[in-house]
Ligand binder design. Structure first.
Ligand code: ZN
Length: 475
C-alpha cells in the first residue's frame, strides 16, 4: 500500500492526501472552499461539536441561534470591524428579481447580527452577565488557495458572545474561556500555546485578542481559536446599556470566544502520520473496528464472535464498526488505519473458539486480550491509546520551539521561535520580515519551553519591557 508524502518535507501535500484518504470531505463541489461533509467526516465534526458544547455549557453559557443575513446598516456600525471584513463578505442584493432596499451580508461572524438584539435584551444590571454561544456556518470570501478545514469559504463556526458588567468581569470571562479551551484541547490531545496578539494583528474592533496556536511542523503554526476582549468598542455603537444601582446607564463590556472546524484540521495535522489520520477516541467516528478473519472452511465462527462483541461494546457506549466486507484483511487494516480508527480488533477462527482477540492500536501497539470478558480490557486499551497519543503529541510539541538570539537566525527557522521583543511595532515588523512570517505575540501563562529571563529585544537591543514572544509562519 502506498504511503502518504513525507509530512515534514511536504506538509501541505501530506495534509491534503491525509484528508482525502480518510474520506472526511468531498472537494468536488463546484464552489471553491465549500466542501461537502461525508457521513464519516460529519460524524467527526458532530463529535467535535459535542466536545465544544460540553465545555462551554459547563460554564453556564447557553445556546442561541441568530439569522444568517445581516442588514448593511447594522453591519457598518463599528468602523474597525467593517474595515477588517470589507474584503471578505458576500453580499445578497436581490430577493428574486427585486433589488433590496438594504443589501444583506452573509454573516462572516455574528457580532453585528447579535448586538442590536442584545441592546433590546439588556436593560438592567440584573440582565448581566449574558453568556451565549452558537454553532453555525459563517461565510468569508477567501482569496488565497483554499484547504479543507484550514482555509475555507463556508466555515463551521463556534462563537460565544458575552456581555459583562465591568472591564474586570470581561477579563475574567476571557480567562474562563482559556480554561475551557484547555479542557477542549486536552480532549483532543492537542498541545497549544495561547498568545496575546500584537496590536496590528488583533481582531477588527477588539481591545485585545488572545489566539490559540499549535505548532504543526517546522516554523509553521495553525491558529485554531481566539478569545477577544472588546471593552465598550461594540456596546457604544450598538448602544448595549444597562441601568446600574444608581439608575445611571452604563455600557456593557463584551467578549467573544471563537473556534472552528480548524480544530479538526489541527487534529489531522498534529496526530496524522505516513499512513493517514489518527483520531483521539473522543472524536473518532468509530473508536473500534472489528475485523473478523474468515476462511473458507472455518464457517461463520469469527464473524459471529465479531458481531457479538460489537453488541456488547455498543452497550458500553462505544462507537464500533464490524468490517464484514469481502475485502482481504490487509486491505481492511490499511483502510481503517488511514481513516484514523484508534483501535482495531482482529478475530480469527481459532481466537473465536478460545474467546480471545488481537488488539492493535493506531500507534501500532499490539496485544492479545482475553479469554474472559473483553469489554473492560478494550475500554482500557482505548484509554491507553489516548494517553500514548497525548504523550507523543506533547513530545513533538516540546521540540517545536527554539530560541533565536539574532534576527539573522530567523530566516532558516526549522521550529517556531522564541525571541526577546520590546513590544514596539517597528521591531515586530523587523522580526516578521526576518522569519517571513508573523509575531504570534507574547504567551499568556507559561512558555512552551523555559529559556530563562529574556535578554534585550532581538531587533533594537532594549532591555526595558523586553519579553519572550513567539514568531512563526502561520498556515
Ligand atoms: Zn525592540
Amino acid at each position: 500500500m502506498a504511503e502518504l508524502p513525507d509530512k515534514a518535507e511536504r506538509f501541505i501535500d501530506w495534509y491534503l492526501e491525509a484528508v482525502e484518504v480518510a474520506g472526511l470531505t468531498d472537494k468536488r463541489y463546484p464552489v471553491k472552499g465549500m466542501n461537502v461533509w461525508t457521513p464519516y467526516g460529519f460524524q467527526a465534526r458532530r463529535l467535535l461539536d459535542g466536545v465544544l458544547i460540553r465545555g462551554i455549557e459547563a460554564t453556564g453559557s447557553q445556546a442561541v441561534e441568530f439569522p444568517t443575513l445581516i442588514p448593511r446598516t447594522e453591519f457598518q456600525k463599528e468602523k474597525q470591524h467593517v474595515k477588517g471584513f470589507d474584503e471578505q463578505v458576500y453580499w445578497v442584493t436581490r430577493g428574486g428579481a427585486t433589488e433590496l432596499d438594504v443589501p444583506l451580508v452573509l454573516r462572516p461572524t455574528s457580532e453585528t447580527a447579535m448586538y442590536p438584539i442584545f441592546a433590546i435584551w439588556i436593560r438592567s444590571h440584573r440582565d448581566l452577565p449574558l453568556n451565549v454561544y452558537q454553532i453555525v456556518n459563517v461565510f468569508r470570501y477567501e482569496t488565497k488557495t483554499t484547504r479543507p478545514f484550514l482555509r475555507i469559504r463556508e466555515i463551521h463556526f463556534f462563537e460565544e458572545h458575552t456581555c459583562q458588567l465591568t472591564d474586570d468581569a470581561a477579563a475574567a470571562r476571557c480567562r474562563s474561556n482559556l480554561d475551557t479551551f484547555h479542557d477542549i484541547a486536552e480532549a483532543l490531545a492537542l498541545p497549544y500555546v495561547a498568545s496575546r496578539r500584537p496590536e496590528w494583528d488583533k481582531f477588527p474592533g477588539a481591545f485585545y485578542s488572545i489566539a490559540l496556536d499549535l505548532p504543526v511542523g517546522g516554523a509553521r503554526t495553525l491558529q485554531v481559536g481566539t478569545i477577544h476582549h472588546y471593552r465598550e468598542n461594540f456596546s457604544r455603537p450598538y448602544e448595549i446599556r444597562y441601568e446600574d444601582l444608581s439608575g445611571a446607564l452604563q455600557y456593557v463590556h463584551q467578549t467573544t470566544f471563537g473556534l472552528s472546524e480548524r480544530l479538526l484540521g489541527a487534529t489531522v495535522a498534529v496526530h496524522g502520520d505516513r499512513r493517514g489520520v489518527v483520531f483521539p477516541s473522543s472524536i473518532a467516528p468509530y473508536q473500534v473496528v472489528i475485523v473478523p478473519i474468515v476462511s473458507q472452511n472455518s464457517g461463520p465462527i469469527a464473524l459471529d464472535a465479531a458481531r457479538a462483541l460489537a453488541t456488547r461494546l455498543r452497550a458500553r457506549d462505544l462507537r464500533v464498526h464490524v468490517d464484514d466486507s469481502p475485502d482481504r484483511p490487509g486491505a481492511k487494516y490499511y483502510l481503517w488505519e488511514s481513516r484514523g480508527v484508534p483501535l482495531r480488533i482482529e478475530i480469527g477462527p481459532r481466537e473465536a473458539a478460545a474467546g480471545t482477540v488481537t488488539a492493535v492500536n493506531r500507534l501500532g501497539e499490539k496485544k492479545s486480550l482475553g479469554p474472559g470478558p473483553l469489554e473492560e480490557p478494550i475500554i482500557q486499551a482505548l484509554a491507553d491509546f489516548d494517553t500514548a497519543l497525548s504523550a507523543r503529541a506533547r513530545a513533538t510539541f516540546q521540540q517545536s520551539f527554539s530560541v533565536a538570539h539574532r534576527l539573522e537566525e530567523l530566516a532558516n527557522s526549522t521550529t517556531v521561535r522564541l525571541v526577546a521583543w520590546c513590544g514596539a511595532e517597528a521591531c515586530g515588523h523587523q522580526i516578521e520580515q526576518a522569519i517571513e512570517g508573523a509575531v504570534l505575540g507574547v504567551p499568556e501563562g507559561p512558555l512552551p519551553i523555559d529559556p530563562g529571563p529574556p535578554p534585550g529585544c532581538i531587533a533594537c537591543g532594549k532591555t526595558v519591557d523586553s519579553k519572550w514572544a513567539l514568531a512563526g509562519r502561520p498556515l
